[in-house]
Ligand binder design. Structure first.
Ligand SMILES: Nc1ncnc2c1ncn2[C@@H]1O[C@H](COP(=O)(O)OP(=O)(O)OP(=O)(O)O)[C@@H](O)[C@H]1O
Length: 262
């Protein structure tokens, strides 16, 4: 069976103070694909993710996303609406809620997507109790999926960094995403923690979840990604399989340029 397209980005552009952070970017991500987005610092990777998730609005271009059988434009939808349609993002360096358990951290994320949300929760309406039980079950399932079930009732503050990242992924999974955007989930992790995260991403990939992943380590990318998009100065300079990208002249130039500037 040929997989359909999950996401199509056309001519996408966004400027800050007259300078393009993302410019004329075109890409398509297939259902079930893991797409890595790489590029030097300031290349526009995070901006691209925020344009897809709706946390930033585009100046130019469009984003189409699969709902049902076809792709639909989502440019006019808020981040909240896009999240409800299954686009989840784990922000770079996202924080956890201190003083809460791992389970509560996941549940707080899930409350934001419910129909009644905090108002019903605060008023303790009956419908809130039904929702609360459902959210709790979803949150426990998400923790189990990332290997943190044993930590559910422990304070999130004591989690090692690698498990904090897994907890962020659990929060995103609790919304039952169809497209998961991970912005540098491995940054700052030690080798063992990176390995655990790689295995988690591999397991989500094996489940068929469509993902986009920002990452600097080319070996990490080669292991996890089906295809790689390379950005430099806001523009897409290459796209291909990890093997194709590794030998690409423009990619090497972008990275070497960054090293010599550093
Ligand atoms: N909210 C903002 N206001 C002003 N400029 C911004 C804003 N967000 C991003 N930029 C600029 O847009 C460019 C792209 O930034 P972006 O964070 O998307 O790059 P990146 O590839 O994710 O970089 P890094 O690898 O360092 O995270 C940079 O020059 C950055 O300074």
């Amino acid at each position: 069976m040929t997989a359909g397209t999950m996401l199509r980005v056309e001519g996408l552009g966004r400027a800050f103070g007259g300078v393009y952070a993302v410019r004329e970017v075109n890409l398509s991500v297939a259902e079930g694909e893991t797409r890595a987005v790489i590029g030097p610092n300031g290349a526009g990777k995070s901006t691209l993710f925020n344009l897809i998730s709706g946390h930033l609005t585009a100046d130019q271009g469009s984003v189409h996303y699969r709902t049902g059988e076809t792709l639909h434009p989502i440019d006019r939808l808020s981040a909240h609406s896009r999240a409800r349609q299954g686009i989840a993002i784990v922000f770079q360096g996202a924080r956890l809620f201190h003083g809460m358990t791992a389970l509560e951290n996941v549940m707080v994320g899930a409350h934001a997507r419910t129909r009644h949300g905090f108002v019903a929760a605060a008023l303790r309406l009956p419908r809130h109790h039904r929702e609360e039980a459902a959210i709790r079950a979803d949150a426990l399932a998400a923790l189990d999926r990332v290997g943190l079930k044993e930590w559910a009732h422990r304070s999130a503050d004591v989690l090692p960094l690698g498990q904090q990242r897994a907890l962020q992924v659990a929060r995103a999974l609790c919304a039952r995403p169809r497209l998961l955007l991970l912005d540098e989930p491995a940054s700052g992790l030690r080798a063992g923690e990176r390995e655990a995260l790689a295995r988690l991403i591999e397991s989500l990939r094996a489940e068929g979840l469509t993902m986009m992943l920002i990452e600097h380590d080319v070996a990490f990318v080669a292991r996890l990604a089906d295809r790689v998009t390379v950005l430099d100065l806001g523009e897409e300079i290459a796209e291909g399989t990890p093997e194709e990208i590794r030998g690409h002249d423009a990619v090497l130039a972008a990275y070497l340029g960054q090293e010599s500037a550093a």
